[in-house]
Ligand binder design. Structure first.
Ligand code: GTP
Ligand code: SPV
Ligand code: MN
Length: 605
């Protein structure tokens, strides 16, 4: 155990940490060094406290199981705030409160909040430690669960402190479960304060304060809070960068030609699955750089390069199966943490998809005994149950994840959402600005990744609705500005996909590994070697442009998947206009032009 504050040489960091100690009055302080010994001791401690259950080491070595409080299972968008000085700078899509008011409120909750607990001080790097695009944060937390997860999801430890030096910049990220312990008081296995959950970003001072919740997206502050909400602001200010809710994958053709693709889909809409899929097309191979977040930057050569700032996957468990995503299953065979899945009687985990049938007996995510044939299988796991796994354990990790600290050159950017109707399987934008319109009008059916009603269609521009740290209209403008910053022909080509079109309640497209057929078309479009049909919404493949060899699908289904319903799209344009009208005078003129042109093309049909 390293409890020594003298490890912190950075003056600002030391001052900030001392302030938090004085305010929160923890019983112990632990500066994380990132070592294996530290990790083992922390996991052991969490087992002792009942937060972790060690899984059967013969089945899953060094793996742990945890159950959250049943009310703390997902991101809480209603309690997420962007506290810029002016409300206008947070924009109409974010909750806002005056930063001084908010800090007052938070400080009253934070006073004495770590009594009886250990304060973990976690120096972490987003991106390779010391890398040019990488950035450093320090998370303070009173949750051992958070400390254990952060160690997988980010690069943690002494190396980070070395890079930070005495005067380096870092993002201060404070987290507490707000559950102080009186002497002798028994701790809960999942402490939290459901009535006082606030996930707060201060974009001007680049600070994060998150209290009350222990759930991943609310508490692993390197992820959505830093790598998206704060990093969007940093990227805008830097001018040539983007911080996006995107996977990054490499795809290699049978001839050995490699492309890099990023893709933005809303939460629980298929990023992890696409990022590490096994291609059904013979000879094609996908390798993963990242599955959730991409930091991108224009390089001197005029091209956009992407890194994955994270070092682990915080993936959706249900639906992850040998058929859909064997590589994710291999990744969490060891050193993983499972949250809110079912626990089997032989000390392993279960969720829908893992095997055809649930086990005969199990314990549900709420800790209840469960019997097959008697109890409802839906009770076994939470729909937003997740695994935390080390990217280095993934069998298809792209070499660039380890070897390219400055990123990989991006050939194509894909947007997508969960749309049971209207939106075809795939289409290409006419140019960059039209692509920005596609991003700005992503809409998707709501999933269990955030608290709220599931299935409802909502706009989720760029899959960033819950993650943009400033006015979304200014964010659109920032995207549009890239054509003025480089030769536009060097920018990635932009596409839109939809794996989720349905008929009679059934998916029309088989998805998963079969999505390689769509990726192949995208690669060939980038190389200019395959055909497309010009339609009012963009370029679509004709049926013969898609490689459907060996796929058991009727031409009728394919034509449904590739059908552009101009009437329905005209209604879509109306909905987009209405949604975008909330941005008022900040709405970029270029997007109005794009929408007008789209409408004109649709009406000419
Ligand atoms: P976050 O981690 O929340 O950002 O989600 P994500 O975008 O990484 O989503 P993920 O890949 O974990 O997929 C979420 C759900 O969508 C899982 O239940 C998958 O089984 C399902 N899914 C993924 N790809 C496909 C697909 O191609 N077709 C269909 N029908 N379902 C898919
Ligand atoms: C998402 O909800 O988009 C996730 C999971 O990737 S969380 O880290 O909880 O945000
Ligand atoms: Mn995500």
């Amino acid at each position: 155990m390293v409890n020594d504050l003298s490890l912190i040489k950075n003056k600002k960091a030391l001052a900030w940490i001392k302030e938090q100690i004085a305010l929160c009055t923890p019983d112990n302080i632990h500066v994380m060094d990132g070592s294996i010994e530290e990790s083992n001791a922390l996991n052991e401690l969490l087992v002792k406290k009942g937060t972790f259950i060690r899984l059967n080491p013969e089945k899953r070595p060094n793996c742990f199981y945890t159950r959250t409080n049943p009310g703390d299972t997902a991101r809480v968008e209603a309690a997420t705030f962007i506290c810029s000085k002016r409300q206008e700078d947070a924009g109409p899509t974010n909750n806002w409160m005056d930063p001084v008011q908010m800090k007052k409120k938070l400080h009253s909750l934070m006073k004495g909040c770590m009594k009886g607990r250990t304060m973990y001080i976690i120096p972490f790097s987003m991106g390779p430690t010391g890398g040019k695009i990488s950035r450093i944060g320090i998370e303070i937390t009173d949750s051992g669960f958070v400390a254990a997860n952060m160690r997988i999801m980010t690069r943690v430890g002494l190396e980070v402190l070395k890079v930070l030096g005495t005067d380096g910049e870092f993002v201060p990220a404070f987290h507490s479960v707000i559950s102080p312990l009186e002497p002798g008081q028994k701790d809960l296995t999942w402490p939290c304060d459901l009535k006082n959950r606030y996930i707060v970003q201060f974009p001007e001072t680049r600070e994060i304060i998150s209290v009350g919740s222990g759930y991943g997206g609310n508490s692993l502050l390197g992820k959505k809070c830093f790598a998206l909400r704060i990093a969007t602001v940093l990227s805008r200010d830097e001018g040539r960068s983007l911080a996006e809710h995107m996977l990054v994958l490499g795809i290699t053709s049978p001839e050995g030609k490699k492309h890099y693709i990023t893709a933005a889909f809303p939460s629980a809409c298929g990023k992890t699955n696409l990022a590490m899929m096994n291609c059904s097309l013979p000879g094609w191979k996908v390798t993963v750089v990242g599955d959730d977040i991409a930091w991108m930057k224009l390089n001197k050569d005029g091209r956009l390069y992407a890194i994955n700032p994270e070092s682990g996957f915080f993936g959706v468990a249900p639906g992850t199966s040998e058929e859909s995503n064997p590589n994710a299953l291999r990744t969490c065979e060891k050193d993983a943490i499972f949250t809110n899945v079912a626990l089997t009687t032989d000390g392993d985990v279960w969720w829908k998809g893992l095997t055809d049938q649930p086990p005969a007996n199990a314990i549900t995510w709420k800790g209840k005994k469960w019997t097959r044939g008697v109890d409802d299988p839906k009770e076994l796991f939470h729909p937003n149950s997740r695994f935390t796994a080390d990217i280095s354990n993934c069998p298809v990790v792209d070499p660039a994840y380890h070897n390219a600290p400055d990123g990989v050159p991006v050939d194509a950017i894909i947007f997508g959402g969960r749309r049971e109707s209207v939106v075809p399987l795939v289409f290409q934008s006419r140019d960059w600005n039209h692509g920005v319109l596609l991003g700005s009008s992503v809409a998707s059916e709501r999933t269990a990744a955030a608290e709220g009603k599931m299935g409802e269609l909502r706009f989720d521009p760029f899959a960033m609705l819950p993650f943009c740290g400033y006015n979304m209209a200014d964010y659109f403008a920032h995207w549009l500005s890239f054509t003025g910053k480089t030769d536009p022909s060097k920018l990635p080509k932009i596409f839109h996909v939809n794996w989720f079109r349905k008929e009679n309640g059934k998916f029309l497209w088989p998805g998963y590994g079969e999505n390689s057929r769509v990726l192949k078309w995208i690669c060939e479009r980038c190389d200019g070697v395959v055909g497309a049909v010009e339609t009012p919404i963009g370029y679509l493949p004709a049926a013969q442009d898609l490689d459907l060899s060996g796929l058991d699908i009727s031409m009728e289904t394919i034509s449904k998947l590739l059908y552009v319903d101009c009437k329905a799209y005209l209604q879509e344009v109306e909905k987009i206009r209405k949604y975008h009208s909330m941005f008022g005078s900040k709405y970029p003129k270029a997007l109005t032009v794009e929408l007008d042109n789209l409408e004109k093309r649709l009406k000419q049909q």
